[in-house]
Design a protein around this ligand. Structure first.
Ligand code: HEM
Length: 447
C-alpha cells in the first residue's frame, strides 16, 4: 500500500556537508524541527541523501514491512562492526530463523524466572548504597542492568573484574558507534583516537565473549539461561548456531539489554526529582504495594502508576532515538518515488514530540497513559521499542526490570539532584541524561 502524504526537504543544508553539523551539534532539535517540512523529509549527510519519516502513519508503514525497509544505513553499518549478524543487525533473509531460535528465551514463564534474579540483583545492588552518598545515576543504573543481564541471560563465568572490563569496553564501543555513524566513511579509516579506541575495545570484547562461550561448552552444564538455550537451539534443519553466530548474539544482547534500560531508569529518576507531585504519587503507590521490600514479579500488575511514569519517560526520552533502514526495492512513500538503496531514518524521539499527537509534548505527564487516553493514539505514535517483525525482543524484559527497579529504589531511597547542575539529553547510541549526579537519602531516616 502507498500512502499519499507530503514530502519535503530540510532547510539549512550547507554545501558539501549538508546537514551533518546540524545532526552532530543539535540532533534532537534538528529532528524535532523536521515535521513542519512534511511527512517525509529529505536531509543530506555529505553527498548522501537520506529521508526522515516524520509521521506515525509512515513510520508504521516502514516498520511493518521489514522486507522492503530492511536493516541497513549508517546506524546499522556501524552497529554491525560490533554485533556482526546478531538479531538486532541481521538482514531480513536471516532474521526469521534467528528470531525463532531466540524467542523461547522471552516467554512469560522465562520472564517470571528472570524476575527472581532481577529482584535478587536489585536487592544486592541497593544494599551497597549509603545515606548521603553522591552517585552518578547513569553509571549506577548501568551497573545494575549489566548485573541483571549477566545473571539472567548469561550466568557468566567471568570474574567481577572481567565483567567490569566487559562493561567498560562495551560502553566505549557504544560511545564510538554514534560518532562513527555521522563521520564520513574515509574518516573512519584515519587512526584518530576515537577509531583506535573503538578497534581496541572491539578486540577485547571478542576475547571476553569467546571466553564465555568456551566456558559454557567446556562445562556442558545447562544454566537455564539464554546462552544455554542458544547452545541447545536447533533450527528446522537441525542446525545449531555457529560460534560466530553465538558470539554475535552474546554481544547483541549485552549491548541491547544494558544501556537502554539503564537510560530509561536514569531518565525516570531525573524526571521524578524535577516533578515532586509525580514523585509523591509514585511513593504512595510503592509504599502501599511494597512497604520497603524488594519488588517481585507478583507486584507488577499493582504498580500501575510506576508503569505510567516509565511510559512517559520512554515517550519523552526514548533511549533508541534514531534508527536507520535501507530500501531494498524502488518504493513510493509520501508520494515520492525512492530508488532501492535509499536510506531512511525513523526516530521515536521525533514522533513522540509531535504536539498534534501529544498535547504539550514537552510536559512530563504520566496520566497521558491512563487507558482512556491511549485508545485514541494512532498506530506508530508510541514506538520506544520499534514495531513490526523487528520490534524489540526484550521489551517485556526491559519493562519488567525497570518496573522492579524504579519501584524498589523509590520505596527505599529519595534521590536529590545536586544544586547547580543542569541535566541535558546527551544523544549517543542511546539517549542519556548527562550529567546526572544525585545524593542518596534513605527514606526511613528522611521521611
Ligand atoms: C528500555 C529498554 C529498551 C529499549 C528502549 C529498546 C529499544 C529497541 C528498539 C527501538 C528496537 C528496534 C530497532 C529497529 O527498529 O531497528 C529494539 C530491538 C531489539 N532489542 Fe531492544 N530495547 C530495550 C531493551 C532491550 C533488552 C533488555 C534486550 C535484551 C534483553 C533487547 C534486545 C533487543 C534485540 C535483540 C532487538 C532486535 C530484535 C529483532 O530485530 O528481532 N532490548 N530494541
Amino acid at each position: 500500500m502507498t500512502l499519499t502524504t507530503q514530502a519535503g526537504v530540510a532547510p539549512g543544508g550547507w554545501p558539501i556537508v549538508g546537514h551533518t553539523f546540524a545532526l552532530l551539534r543539535r540532533p534532537l532539535e534538528f529532528l524535532a524541527s523536521l515535521p513542519v517540512q512534511g511527512d517525509l523529509v529529505e536531509i543530506r549527510l555529505g553527498p548522501q541523501r537520506l529521508f526522515v519519516v516524520c509521521c506515525p502513519e509512515l513510520t508504521h508503514q516502514v516498520l511493518r514491512d521489514g522486507r522492503t525497509y530492511d536493516k541497513g544505513g549508517p546506524f546499522y553499518g556501524q552497529l554491525r562492526m560490533l554485533a556482526g549478524d546478531g538479531l538486532v543487525t541481521c538482514v531480513y533473509g536471516s532474521h526469521r530463523r534467528q528470531r525463532q531460535l531466540l524467542q523461547p528465551g522471552f516467554t512469560r514463564a522465562r520472564l517470571a524466572l528472570y524476575a527472581t534474579e532481577m529482584s535478587r540483583q536489585l536487592d544486592a545492588a541497593l544494599a551497597t548504597w549509603r545515606d548521603g552518598q553522591v552517585i552518578d545515576v547513569l553509571s549506577a543504573m548501568n551497573e545494575l542492568t549489566t548485573k541483571v543481564t549477566a545473571r539472567a541471560l548469561f550466568t557468566t563465568p567471568l570474574s567481577p573484574q572481567q565483567s567490569t572490563e566487559f562493561l567498560h569496553t562495551l560502553s566505549a564501543l557504544v560511545e564510538g558507534i554514534f560518532l562513527r555513524m555521522i563521520m564520513p566513511a574515509w574518516l573512519r579509516r584515519v587512526p584518530l583516537p576515537v577509531n583506535r579506541r573503538f578497534e581496541r575495545a572491539l578486540s577485547t570484547t571478542d576475547d571476553l565473549t569467546y571466553e564465555i562461550i568456551n566456558a559454557y561448552r567446556r562445562s556442558g552444564v545447562d544454566h537455564g539461561d539464554l546462552l544455554s538455550m542458544m547452545l541447545a537451539a536447533r533450527d528446522e534443519h537441525g542446525d545449531a548456531l555457529t560460534d560466530t553466530e553465538l558470539r554475535d548474539q552474546v554481544v547483541t544482547f549485552w549491548g541491547a539489554g544494558t544501556e537502554s534500560t539503564a537510560s530509561l531508569l536514569a531518565w525516570s529518576l531525573h524526571l521524578l526529582a524535577e516533578h515532586p507531585d509525580v514523585a509523591r504519587r509514585l511513593r504512595a503507590e510503592v509504599d502501599a504495594v511494597l512497604g520497603g521490600r524488594v519488588a517481585g514479579h507478583a507486584d507488577v500488575t499493582r504498580l500501575e502508576y510506576t508503569a505510567r511514569v516509565l511510559n512517559e519517560s520512554l515517550r519523552l526520552y526514548p533511549p533508541a532515538w534514531i534508527i536507520t533502514r535501507l530500501l531494498t526495492t524502488e518504493t513510493t512513500l509520501a508520494g515520492k518515488t525512492l530508488p532501492a538503496g535509499t536510506i531512511l531514518i525513523y526516530s521515536p524521539y521525533l514522533i513522540h514530540r509531535r504536539g498534534d499527537i501529544y498535547p504539550n509534548p514537552s510536559q512530563f505527564d504520566p496520566d497521558r497513559w491512563l487507558p482512556h487516553h491511549t485508545t485514541t493514539l494512532p498506530r506508530g505514535a508510541f514506538i520506544p521499542f520499534g514495531g513490526g517483525n523487528r520490534r524489540c525482543i526484550g521489551d517485556n524484559f526491559a519493562v519488567l526490570e525497570a518496573t522492579l527497579a524504579l519501584a524498589t529504589i523509590t520505596s527505599r531511597w529519595h534521590l536529590q539532584p545536586l544544586p547547580g547542575t543542569t541535566t541535558k539529553p546527551q544523544p549517543r547510541t542511546a539517549l542519556r541524561p548527562h550529567p546526572l549526579r544525585m545524593q542518596l537519602h534513605h527514606r526511613n531516616t528522611h521521611l
